[in-house]
Design a protein around this ligand. Sequence first.
Ligand code: IPE
Ligand code: IPE
Ligand code: MG
Length: 248
Amino acid sequence: MWESDGGLLARVDKTKMPRHVAIIMDGNGRWANCRGLLRNAGHVAGVKTLKNILKTAVNLKLEALTVYAFSTENWKRPHTEVDFLMHLFSDYLEREKQEMHENNVRIKFLGRTEDFAPALQKLMRESIELMKNNTGVKFNVAADYGGQDEIIRAAQKLAYRVKAGELLPEDISTQLFEDELDTFGQPPVDLLIRTGGELRVSNFLLWQAAYAEFWFTDTNWPEFTPEEFIDALVDFGKRSRRFGTLNN
Ligand code: IPE
Ligand code: IPE
Ligand code: MG
């Protein structure tokens, strides 16, 4: 089992915890460049951060954590970097899956999978299978993920159901649409964190973040700590969420 973060967690008011936190893990390349290292060294360092943040999420008993690992647009990077990221992703799953399982984590992948190497796709399926009965943190890894792509795939599935005569166009509701998204059955995103200093959403969880609170930091992902993660959660607890109403 992962050891507890001790006093750190005590800062969070459990009654004001988000159910679902999403993170755009950005700034790996810049972190490396600042140190005269290759961008890939930043990705390696970023994996260590991810492990620490997942551990904190487990200790906090967070319901769902979604991380943006690779976007549909990231294929446009030089193929050496794309290849490196693919290998890192495989190594991470291979190395961490058992420990995640022992910590009751339930892994899921958001996005397309068909363009990944067959061996990686197999590893993804095995990881899902291994953890499928776990009841702890729902850990969603968005890989070859784009919010627009996810919405289009959902729309296509519904269009086929209409074409097959299973549904009428007017039957399509928010709920029915959500059921076709990669995050089906999970709560909407309450808190969206972006590291690395950019103030944009970069095609992440466009539907699910409809009423998310945003939290941005200049810290590059390799330097993001459990302490700063807790800062974000504490700040979230102070937000007044109105969802369009006049309450709070
Ligand atoms: C985020 O870091 C990781 C991925 C997109 C895979 P970047 O690689 O985007 O790092 P910067 O933004 O160039 O510093
Ligand atoms: C978003 O970061 C994608 C991931 C963190 C995986 P990018 O670095 O790709 O986003 P842009 O290009 O700065 O918008
Ligand atoms: Mg970036």
